[in-house]
Design a protein around this ligand. Sequence first.
Ligand SMILES: [Zn+2]
Length: 244
Amino acid sequence: MSLIKTEALILRTIPFQESSSIARMFTREQGKIAVIAKGARRMKSALRGFLEPLNYIEAIYYYKSTRDIQTLSKIDLIQAFFSDNPVIESNIFGLALLETVDKVVHDHQHDHEIFDCAVQHLKLMDAKPETCRVTFIRFLLALTNILGYLFEINNCPRCRASLSGAVYNPGTGQLICLDCGQQFSAGHRLSESDIAFLKGSESDSQFQPVNHAKLLRMLIHYLSYHLDVSLNLKSLQLLTDIKI
Ligand SMILES: [Zn+2]
């Protein structure tokens, strides 16, 4: 048995027995793990209140490879994301980020790059809640890069034409040029501004706003397609009524 000290993001917590909690967390050192926090729901427990999703913590726990659930010893709070801002939307996108991490990272897959990327984007969302949607899209883009599924956004894979506007082909998970994608409906078309956004540059066309909702749907489909996981994010369903 060893004692592990690591930064972590709380993904989910459930009550266990009378006064304990079991938390799933994404740790920087060991990836996703489950920990039991004994007595954490007692009023006087030093662990009380720290095991909430969207908390960024430093955890110390006893680790034994033969155990499915490790034993939490100590927690220090580094940052409680969104605790100061009542904007529901930023909370929802923060939770969507955690849900994405939970779905794309395998158990025991430790990946400093994904962890740091998640923390960096949560910090951005917390600092600028009004841009949380754009930050979440940027996070998904960064994730495709880290996972090795970088978008081909410069040239059409069929005819090699340079992409300004494009069509997302859900059957192949690729962006193709407007000529090659004529048979696809308008719902799959991305404007010049959308493509410029994906490239991280500004569009010359000031009159075309970036369609963030469309980019978000496309990126979620893109990741689901290439990673072969269902990224049907429950957190974002909360937003469907108020148009993501
Ligand atoms: Zn083409």
